[in-house]
Design a protein. Structure first.
Length: 674
């Protein structure tokens, strides 16, 4: 069982926000006069905001005991041009209410791409609520390159500006503003801004201003706003203003769905279409699919042992996914333009679009239909807003003989051919044909039953409480990666012994192991599995003339506490967010079986099993004794679906029902006591 009271806390988060730029929330004064143009903000200040009046909105920290900080002002002023050039200025005036918040804001960092952007830190200062300046600027500033990770290196044209501040304490105010200008967009006309009005903190004054040519027909979507925007047109420019005040703190809730009627947000995009995005990408990649003699030679070596076309495809998949090292060169246009297969083979590395390209080129040479697919690696693409800015990943699609496509992520080296990583399933993708035409697709979603982890523990118990037995574990679908990553590199005998001992002691505190049999985690044709013997396990403790057996699988008793946590939250604050069932136990199946041969004639005092089926998932447990064999089986099946806040009582009942299966021990008695 994987959901505990502690995990309730870990999963108590806001729905994931989808933003293309700095993670700010909307903001400014509703009393400001409407203007035909956005205010001109420079390091000298913002003529449309009187900071002293904002500072007076500060509160006594004692009056906000449950808040870390308050946004006195949250402000964004953006200028868009039809060709995709833009200027984005963000300002936050934040009152610090706790030592933790003071520590958080003492150092700020901002990033930009100098190849096509210009960054300006307009100001950053620390003041008192009465306006007295504590620190007029950073105590230390530094510009540096973003270092490439050693594990999954990404070489990007990015710079970071770091600013350290002094004088930030509880009760003080941090006021900063910065501007990022897009000077030369990769895709002309590409604009997108996602903006959350509701914040993790209370917002006292908020404003978002967007100015654009009147001829530019922006796509605008407003979600859950309780106020209206203003629109002013003059001199060939249109200014849109979203201004409000006293945006309340929305407390996080467990298992909150992304889609809800709680979080206020605004999204703005250009009139580009997905077809425009596909044509642009196809134009950049059109000369990148040639298979040169050197590439053909490498391919011939990789498929030498293949007997069928399918064998050859899987061999190339394994080669590209596992042998070609992942390195991203996202410098300038190279962030969107794949390198040629010849370059990838020569250097031995490539990023997602490079790997997809060499795979697509190979299959096309064999007469198959194959295409690149653009997507977001974390999902959440807003389909109504065609923009290159929502894509950060590329995979391949292979046309299947009977119709439809087989999707292949060549950067996921432990995902078998025919499957997709969990983060991509059910998400949006843009399939790009060679001629620039496209298909908008939704990636397939595995059934819950396809994602199964099964643990079977069998053995016998001696009269002194020692267990000797065998463990079999097999995982499929989205839950296979723990086992695959464990065996993705060969383990010598010493490491196998250490692994076996660690696994055995996860079931019994005192135990040893031998005969550990794993698999080659990178052999994607082999199911993920583990087999081993468990020896000398202290499974039961003497009690009188009987034994107290500790069950090897965790009790669900903590779920009663989890139910109380959810219930208290509802009682104190109500439930606002819909419930995402897939977050509760996971969209998978967990099966645990324990079969224990007792000493002949012994009997077990069996707990009562539990069986519950709800829209949020199902749970069953069974305790039986057949002859001298004790049997315990637990099955947890997750679910998918979004349910309204009014269903929270059903969620509490589900946790409470599972929590009733709280047996940690079973009393074993010898025949002489019966």
């Amino acid at each position: 069982m994987r959901v505990t009271a502690d995990e309730i806390t870990m999963r108590t988060e806001f729905p994931a926000s989808r933003r293309s730029a700095w993670p700010l929330v909307a903001g400014l004064l509703t009393a400001l006069p409407l203007a035909a143009q956005a205010p001109k903000i420079t390091p000298k200040g913002d003529p449309s905001v009187q900071p002293d009046s904002i500072y007076k909105l500060a509160v006594d920290p004692k009056d906000a005991p449950d808040e870390n900080a308050i946004y006195l002002l949250d402000d964004g002023v953006l200028r868009f041009e039809a060709d995709g050039r833009s200027s984005r200025t963000f300002r936050q005036i934040i009152q610090i209410l706790t030592p933790a918040a003071a520590e958080q804001y003492r150092e700020q960092q901002f990033s930009w791409s100098p190849g096509h952007e210009k960054f300006t830190l307009n100001w950053i200062r620390v003041v008192k609520p009465d306006g007295t300046v504590i620190s007029a600027g950073p105590s230390h500033e530094q510009d540096s390159d973003v270092p490439a990770s050693m594990a999954d290196p990404v070489y990007a044209d990015r710079r970071v500006h770091r600013a350290s501040m002094s004088g930030i304490e509880v009760g003080t105010i941090v006021d900063y503003s910065f501007t990022t200008e897009e000077l030369k967009p990769f895709l002309p006309g590409d604009l997108f801004e996602g903006w959350n009005v509701t914040a993790r903190q209370r917002v006292r004054r908020s404003r978002l201003v967007i100015e654009a040519p009147s001829s530019l027909k922006l796509r605008i979507r407003e979600r859950n706003l309780n106020f209206k925007r203003s629109t002013v047109t003059a001199g060939g420019r249109t200014t849109y203003t979203w201004a409000t005040q006293e945006v309340p703190l929305i407390r996080p809730e467990p298992f909150a769905a992304d889609s809800n009627d709680v979080m206020m947000s605004v999204q703005v995009g250009s009139p580009l279409t997905w077809e425009d995005i596909a044509r642009w990408y196809a134009g950049n990649a059109k000369d990148r699919y040639q298979i040169t003699p050197d590439v053909e030679k490498a391919l011939h070596e990789k498929v030498a042992g293949a007997r069928t076309l399918n064998d050859s495809i899987r061999a190339v998949h394994r080669w590209v996914a596992q042998d070609i090292r992942y390195v991203s060169i996202a410098l300038g246009l190279g962030g969107y333009q794949p390198r040629t297969p010849a370059t990838v083979v020569q250097t031995g590395f490539g990023d997602c679009k490079d790997k997809a390209t060499i795979f697509v080129a190979t299959l096309r040479k064999w007469g198959l239909e194959a295409y690149p697919v653009l997507l977001s690696s974390q999902g959440g693409v807003e389909r109504e807003f065609p923009t290159l800015k929502q894509f950060d990943h590329a995979i391949a699609a292979v046309k299947k003989p009977g119709g439809g496509y087989q999707y292949v992520d060549l950067t996921s080296d432990l995902t078998p051919y025919g499957e997709l990583p969990p983060s991509e399933q059910g998400e949006f993708g843009l399939l790009v044909h060679l001629d620039g035409t496209s298909e908008q697709i939704t990636f397939p979603l595995d059934s819950i039953g396809a994602n199964t982890d099964r643990q079977v523990l069998t053995g016998e118990l001696s009269p002194d409480g020692t267990f000797t037995g065998h463990l079999e574990r097999q995982s499929t679908g989205t839950v296979q990666y723990t086992l695959r990553s464990t065996f993705d590199e060969p383990l010598d005998s010493a490491k196998l012994v250490a692994l076996g001992r660690s696994v055995a002691r996860s079931y019994f505190p005192v135990a040893d192991a031998d005969s550990v049999v794993g698999f080659n985690g990178k052999d994607l044709s082999v199911p993920a599995h583990l087999s081993m013997r468990i020896l000398g396990a202290r499974a039961a403790q003497p009690s009188g003339d009987g034994l107290i057996l500790t069950l090897p699988f965790a009790s669900t008793e903590s779920l009663e506490s989890a139910a109380q946590t959810i219930e208290e939250g509802v009682r104190n604050h109500g439930r606002k967010f819909p419930i995402d069932a897939s977050q509760i136990t996971g969209a998978d199946v967990q099966i645990q079986e324990f079969r224990l041969a007792l000493p002949v004639g012994w009997k077990a005092r069996l707990p009562q099993g539990v069986k519950v089926e709800t829209p949020f998932g199902s749970y069953s447990s069974e305790y039986t004794q057949v002859g001298h064999e004790l049997r315990f089986t637990r099955r947890v099946s997750g679910a998918r679906g979004i349910y309204p806040p009014s269903k929270v009582d059903g969620l509490v009942e589900f946790f409470r029902a599972m929590g009733k299966d709280n047996a940690r021990f079973i009393i074993l008695e010898p025949a002489t006591r019966s």
